[in-house]
Design a protein around this ligand. Structure first.
Ligand code: GUN
Length: 301
């Protein structure tokens, strides 16, 4: 079967251009969206993610502040920093990079962020609003998945979506968004019995497991749509110069010919996540300033 390659890089670029234009318009009203990214500790992957978030903000003309705190920072000190950012009128979005060191209560920290500045959509008020189908800040990766599905597939009504993974960052919210778009949603996870058989019932599979190339051809019925959220660095076994390469949670080469549409890794969901962070920052700046948020992909209401 020939498949459509769902191009996240191209879609993200289109979205970023639209956001950049909207940021320019806000600036004409003397509002400069501001994003603060807080990194605790020196996890290499987190440092890379944070750097790319700050660089992208700069490209779009979003004021960005990068705050680094040592791995042994006290919870109190981190909460104080969040309190300062909550009160800072130049900051509309606060992102605390996860994971946090184990001595810090992640839930307490996420809920200390003013929910209107919660660009990640991880605050309990935003997560609760999303689960009730109310207006909320939507977590970036799930938002990216839905924008891709809406742009490439269109109406999702009646489709059976199987979400593999039940994290608060991806699995749960992506399932809620699919439900909002009239899909029949099944959450599958590590305790699901006969996972391949469950997945073979899916019109849409969203793979958010964190296991390299876990979803193989056995999981996929002919004509299914596959969204691969995984980003896994693995050893490169071919003879190229690079020691490591990125693969998704889906064994792309064996799965792609069974699908009607599929996201690649890299170049699929990954670029959408960062574009959606910028989107959320613009959304929060509009919300705080009482300005209409009129993006083409407004999936909130
Ligand atoms: N760590 C991994 N993904 C994310 C994310 O989307 N937001 C934050 N804050 N931390 C993460």
């Amino acid at each position: 079967m020939t498949h459509t390659l769902i191009d996240g890089k191209k879609t993200a670029e289109e979205l970023l251009i639209e956001i950049e234009n909207k940021v320019d318009r806000l600036k004409q009203q003397n509002i400069t969206p501001g994003l603060s990214v807080v990194l605790v500790g020196n996890d290499k992957a987190s440092e890379t993610y944070v750097r790319s978030k700050v660089e992208m903000s700069k490209r779009l003309g979003i004021h960005s502040v990068h705050r680094e705190m040592s791995a042994d920072v006290s919870e109190e000190e981190l909460l104080q920093e969040i309190d300062n950012l909550n009160k800072d009128g130049a900051i509309h979005g606060i992102l605390v990079q996860l994971p946090l060191p184990s001595h810090i209560n992640t839930e307490k920290v996420l809920n200390a962020i003013d929910y209107k500045k919660d660009v990640d959509g991880f605050h309990t008020l935003n997560a609760g609003a999303l689960s009730k189908g109310l207006e909320a800040t939507i977590p970036c990766t799930p938002l990216g998945c839905i924008i891709l599905l809406k742009r490439y597939i269109g109406d999702l009504s009646g489709k059976h979506a199987v979400v593999i993974g039940r994290s608060n960052i991806v699995g749960k919210p992506v399932g809620q968004l699919l439900l909002k778009n009239n899909c029949t949603v099944t959450y599958a996870h590590s305790r699901t019995k006969d996972l391949p058989a469950v997945c073979r019932q899916a019109d849409i599979i969203v793979a958010a497991i964190g296991k390299p190339e876990f979803v193989n051809a056995e999981f996929v019925k002919d004509g299914a749509i596959v969204i691969d959220v995984g980003i896994n660095a693995v050893e490169n076994t071919d003879n190229s110069q690079r020691k490591r390469k990125l693969v998704g949670d889906v064994a792309f080469n064996e799965v792609c010919n069974k699908t009607s549409a599929i996201t690649p890794v890299p170049g699929g969901v990954g670029p959408m996540t960062i574009a959606c962070l910028m989107y959320n920052c613009l959304y929060c700046a509009c919300l705080i300033n009482g300005v209409e948020f009129d993006m083409a992909d407004n999936l909130r209401a």
